[in-house]
Design a protein around this ligand. Structure first.
Ligand code: ADP
Ligand code: MG
Ligand code: MG
Length: 872
């Protein structure tokens, strides 16, 4: 095979050539090899696109190669591009290595002009069809290649439909279509400032360039950004013989899935239209029919299609998303690809395919994107509240989940409000690729038109976002910022609730409830546990969180933040009293009030966690976080402490820090005020003693935060050990406990060997380690980090996924040094990263013992940990 080859005939490619031929091209080639009926054609490679993007012209070999393949196609089809009597028509279709639905451009019916329109009419004996093909071509070519906005064509079409008094374009006859063609040409001339090119070869060249250019269109770039698609050369271009679904009622076009993409159920699922072409189904021009209609009307073709879906699924061993067209009773396949699916469907399909012996357990585990498991754990509407709520419309259950929010009617508003953290619902007649960013920021999406395979539905499912599509009673008045449904008017800013699993739309807010997980989910998790090596623990501060996490499979608590308990009810008063006391006696008095409260918290958590390890971190945040800010609270506190308001204010002033995150916090507090650590240790061990007496085998682990030097750790450990001894003697009971430290100050990572000699465990606090390692303030970096990621300074936000080259190296050095110094040392991670799949994989590779993450991310970590093993 020559290296600089830019064109492949369909019969020359196969499914392994996605990088070069794009997904669409590779799979068209594969289907051709499988002897599935695919209209013949050829593919221009992604490398040609890359060359074009760089040099703004074709590589010199391309012209000749296209000519050669075109000649071959003309011979195979026994027709010629641009031939007045016997014209060949082709589609020019984009397709990158990664599917980007609707993101790039496609032109159908290329080769139509004033001469070939007559030739095609003669050849097919169908004048109306030929003019319909011509006007469709003018519209697509005018838009995609010549840059004339859709609405100019829509206006012309609307006008003709109105004068003729018809509702659908299918009702226009040949003469009316001729008039439409003339008007379209006029519109192109007027808005593009250029004559529509009659020469078919010129059309082809221009269309190929338009597809090349669409790779760098704004919406394609945004799509790649949002989906983190990087490192692709460009799009391939497929040039394919046209087949016609618009040749009458014995023709049609559709989109189908080999299984239900919303639920994963193993049933043939799809939508189609008779007498329609191309994008009609997806664009929501007419409301599509279910495949059952095809079965009724054309049982033979339905059976053939059904056999193809089974063949393709067996061949690809995965759920397929297919496009087909029937031309006068003859079925053609136009595309197959891996079907996008909801997480619920992904889990069900993966588990069922193992049972069907199509794939093995390891493959199944890799089939479910760990990050997406989140969707399954999302909330649903409270069934009782739902019964009482006002149902205003029902559409298609396009993407499951529940969404509660205020209504907006365009993407800009969605972004504006969404970025501020408001819950909003984007309501549109139908969405288009320009709406992607708005959808991203919306909690849910509601559309009035379009089916289960409409743009809104496909994109929402991909995003794991609740979506109700095609709620046809909803009349959206985007200009007036309201929608009307029967007698109800909903304005911008009003609350609505969507149920994406049923397609229902409700007025007002409805409370949501936690999900219950399916048997398939449990099966998949069981497999994950079988393969993973990493332990999966949770970050939980309350008995309730602990319970949820254990339900999700948490094997311990990796981080219990004691300070989170400090804000509740009366406690904050005692905490403030402690902080503002000027001497040890005052602090002890306040701490004595806190002791029983902390003890009871720990009793609650130990009782739920039972034998599982519980890591409790001593006080960490800078003290000013607890101080009263409101005048009223200041007064109250002054009274409580029997001092003047001024004294309180002066103290507050004294505690002010310029750099609180690098200030008096973490172990620095316990070193300066040992009585705080004493009280916390006492609460922990007294609680442990009490729970142990009930016959529960507790295992408290005390964790010292923000250690940078071994001496800091030793000073704190001394206190903990002393208090533990005291409590054990007082209660006459032995408690099995350990003391360890967080690794979050870079100095600690570098001097890990020293610290490891005296510590029982390490836990990476990657939030602070990232903050200090990169010198990036977590609270301020938001302003420029997105730009940094965009410019490729960092591959991803280092606070979301571990920066493996930087922070990751600190971790690596730490683990190596620490393990050498202390073979028995347990090492884990308890930063936000502990539940992020790429970070979990990294922790696996580093050889950590466990990861700890928030309760709802526990299943994600379990799956990611298994995937890390399988991928290796
Ligand atoms: P997308 O990537 O946006 O799905 P496609 O290249 O698949 O774009 O084209 C969109 C639609 O156009 C297809 O689903 C199909 O219905 C129609 N189409 C494309 N090529 C042909 C063809 N050769 N004959 C008939 N219809 C076609
Ligand atoms: Mg398209
Ligand atoms: Mg397609």
């Amino acid at each position: 095979m020559k290296h600089n080859r830019y064109v492949y005939y369909f019969s020359e490619g196969n499914k392994s050539m996605r990088e070069l031929l794009g997904g669409k091209g590779a799979d068209l080639a594969e289907m051709t090899r499988l002897k599935i009926p695919v209209p013949p054609g050829f593919t221009i490679t992604t490398k040609a696109c890359a060359y074009f993007s760089e040099h703004k012209k074709w590589p010199k070999e391309l012209e000749g190669e296209v000519k050669k393949s075109l000649a071959r196609l003309e011979k195979d089809m026994n027709a010629k591009l641009g031939d007045a009597n016997n014209p060949l028509l082709v589609s020019v279709r984009s397709g990158a290595a990664v599917s980007m639905p609707g993101m790039m451009d496609t032109v159908l019916n290329l080769g139509m002009n004033d001469e070939t329109v007559t030739g095609l009419a003669g050849k097919t004996g169908n004048e109306r069809f030929s003019w319909d093909a011509y006007r469709r071509f003018l519209q697509m070519f005018g838009n995609v290649v010549m840059g004339v906005a859709h609405n100019y064509f829509e206006e012309v079409l609307e006008k003709i439909k109105q004068t003729k008094g018809v509702a659908y374009d299918t009702e226009l006859n040949a003469d009316e279509l001729k008039k439409l063609v003339a008007d379209y040409k006029e519109a192109i001339k007027q808005h593009a400032g250029l004559e529509f090119p009659q020469n078919a070869n010129e059309q082809l060249k221009l269309a190929v360039n338009a597809v090349f250019n669409s790779w760098n269109s704004k919406r394609a770039i945004v799509y790649r950004e949002l989906n983190n698609i990087k490192g692709l050369a460009g799009t391939a271009v497929n040039i394919q013989t046209m087949v016609y679904g618009n040749m009458g009622e014995d023709s049609g076009t559709g989109v189908c899935f080999s299984r239900n993409p919303a639920t994963g159920e193993n049933v043939f699922y799809g939508e189609m239209l008779f007498n329609a072409q191309g994008e009609d189904v997806v664009a929501g021009i007419r409301t599509p029919l279910q495949l059952s209609e095809l079965k009724k009307k054309m049982p033979k073709q339905y059976a053939e299609l059904d056999a193809i879906r089974l063949k393709l699924e067996k061949h690809y061993k995965d759920m397929q998303d297919m496009e087909f067209t029937i031309q006068q009773g003859k079925l053609y396949m136009l595309q197959t690809r891996r079907g996008k699916r909801t997480c619920q469907a992904a889990v069900r399909v993966a588990v069922e395919m193992v049972k069907e012996k199509l794939i093995d357990q390891k493959t199944a585990l890799l089939r479910v994107p760990a990050e997406q498991l989140d969707q399954l754990l999302h909330k649903t509407l409270d069934p009782l509240a739902k019964k009482k709520a006002k149902l205003i419309a029902t559409g298609l259950p396009a993407s499951p989940g529940a969404a509660v929010g205020t209504v907006v009617f365009n993407a800009e508003q969605a972004v504006l409000h969404g970025e501020q953290g408001e819950s909003i619902i984007l309501v549109r007649t139908e969405t288009s690729p320009e709406d992607i960013k708005g959808m991203h920021f919306a909690k849910g999406v509601l559309t009035a038109r379009g089916g289960m395979t409409s743009h809104a539905a496909v994109v929402a499912r991909g995003m794991g976002k609740c979506c109700v599509a095609g709620a046809s009673e909803v009349i959206v008045k985007e200009q007036e910022k309201k929608f009307i449904v029967k007698d109800v008017e909903v304005k911008e800013g009003d609350w609505i609730t969507l149920d994406g699993s049923t397609g229902e739309v409700f007025l007002d807010k409805i409370p949501v409830v936690d999900p219950s997980l399916s048997g398939d989910f449990a099966t998949l998790m069981k497999w994950a546990d079988k393969y993973r090596r990493l332990g999966v623990w949770t970050n939980a501060d309350t008995p309730k969180d602990s319970e949820v996490a254990v339900g999700f499979g948490a094997e311990g608590i990796g981080l219990c933040r004691t300070e989170h308990m400090f804000f509740e009810g009366d406690r904050i008063k005692a905490v403030r009293e402690m902080i503002l006391s000027s001497d040890v006696e005052g602090r002890r008095k306040a701490l004595a009030k806190l002791l029983p409260m902390q003890r009871s918290d720990f009793i609650g958590i130990f009782s739920i966690m039972k034998h599982r390890p519980v890591i409790i971190r001593t006080l960490d945040p800078p003290l000013h976080e607890f101080l009263p800010k409101e005048e009223k609270d200041v007064e109250e506190l002054a009274k409580e402490m029997n001092v003047s308001v001024e004294v309180i204010k002066a103290k507050t002033e004294e505690l002010h820090e310029f750099n609180p995150m690098l200030g008096h916090r973490g172990c620095r507090l316990g070193i300066m005020f040992p009585e705080i650590t004493e009280m916390q240790a006492r609460a922990i061990f007294e609680a442990a003693a009490e729970v142990k007496k009930k016959g529960i085998k507790v295992k408290p682990e005390v964790m010292i935060p923000l250690v940078g030097a071994v001496k800091e750790f030793e000073l704190q450990k001394e206190i903990v050990d002393r208090v533990a001894d005291e409590v054990m003697k007082e209660k006459r009971i032995k408690i099995d406990y350990v003391v360890g430290t967080m690794i979050e100050v870079p100095r600690a990572a570098i001097t890990a060997d020293e610290i490891a000699k005296v510590a029982d465990f390490f836990s990476f606090g990657t939030n602070d380690l990232t903050q200090m390692g990169l010198g990036l303030s977590r609270d301020d970096a938001g302003k420029f980090l997105p730009l940094y990621v965009k410019l490729g300074v960092y591959n991803t936000d280092p606070f979301q996924a571990i920066d493996q080259q930087g922070v990751g190296q600190l971790m690596k050095i730490c683990v190596e040094k620490a393990r050498k110094a202390n073979k028995k040392l347990k090492i884990g991670i308890c930063g936000e990263h502990g539940g992020e799949p790429t970070s979990v994989e990294f922790c696996h590779k580093l050889g950590l013992d466990y990861v700890s993450c928030s309760p709802y991310r526990v299943p994600i970590a379990r799956l990611a940990a298994a995937q890390a093993v399988i991928r290796k």
